[in-house]
Write a protein that binds this ligand. Structure first.
Ligand code: GTP
Ligand code: MG
Length: 201
């Protein structure tokens, strides 16, 4: 899968405000600052498409990006940012829940984890809820440029063990860096395979 065109097509707080075109959607979620918006930019090779920031809590709405006029990448607000008010945190959680539960076009939700950290309680809780709601998901490790291959593999192995305490099989797992472009082709090919599967059926 190659991206030849990527354009911002709108922000919404509720699925009723999504772009009117019904096309397959692939969304990115994860703790605040994990690198969701940066990864979308890396996938599209457009540094300023989605807004990024070194301060957590940057993305506050559901942002749709139309790719090749035929599917959407969706940037979601982060979860678990402690330094905002409870009301604001609940508001962002409600925006995410509405999108995840009500979006009929959502094909895969990519859950991003920081490759330098042990999987956190809030991530496990979030993944468990997705499993219960039968939302198809895959895991993406971000910021893989920030450490060597050995510690990266060790971290991923360790997290896989933790995940296997909850699931019998692992979801698809991708290792990425928005800095180097690592994992870009793999994710785009995975998205391509899912779009093709739906078209054939
Ligand atoms: P919110 O919208 O606030 O929830 O954050 P986000 O998950 O969209 O994170 P964002 O893409 O804004 O990135 C957060 C910070 O991490 C920025 O300073 C990025 O430059 C940095 N960052 C993101 N991805 C990578 C990566 O792969 N490698 C490195 N070195 N830094 C990264
Ligand atoms: Mg963001």
């Amino acid at each position: 899968m190659k991206i030849i065109k990527a354009i911002f097509s709108g922000s919404s707080q509720n699925v009723t405000g999504k772009p009117a075109k019904k096309l397959p959607e692939f969304a990115f979620i994860g703790r605040s600052n994990v690198g969701k918006s940066s990864l979308i930019n890396a996938l599209c090779k457009q540094g300023k498409l989605a807004h990024t920031s070194s301060t957590p809590g940057k993305t506050q709405l559901v942002n749709h990006f139309l790719i090749n006029d035929s599917w959407y990448l969706v940037d979601l607000p982060g979860y678990g940012y402690a330094k905002i008010s409870k009301t604001d945190r609940e508001k962002l959680a409600a925006i995410n829940q509405n999108y995840i539960n009500e979006s009929e076009e959502l094909r895969v939700l990519f859950v991003l984890l920081d490759s330098r950290l042990e999987i956190q309680k809030i991530d496990l809780q979030f993944l468990t809820e997705l499993g219960e709601a039968e939302v198809p998901f895959a895991i993406i490790y971000t910021k893989c440029d920030k450490q060597g291959t050995f510690s990266l593999n060790e971290r991923v192995e360790n997290n896989n063990k933790i995940l296997l305490e909850y699931w019998e099989v692992l979801p698809p797992v991708f290792l990425t860096s928005a800095e180097t472009g690592k994992g870009r082709e793999e994710i785009l090919d995975y998205i391509g395979s899912i779009i093709d599967k739906k078209t054939i059926q």
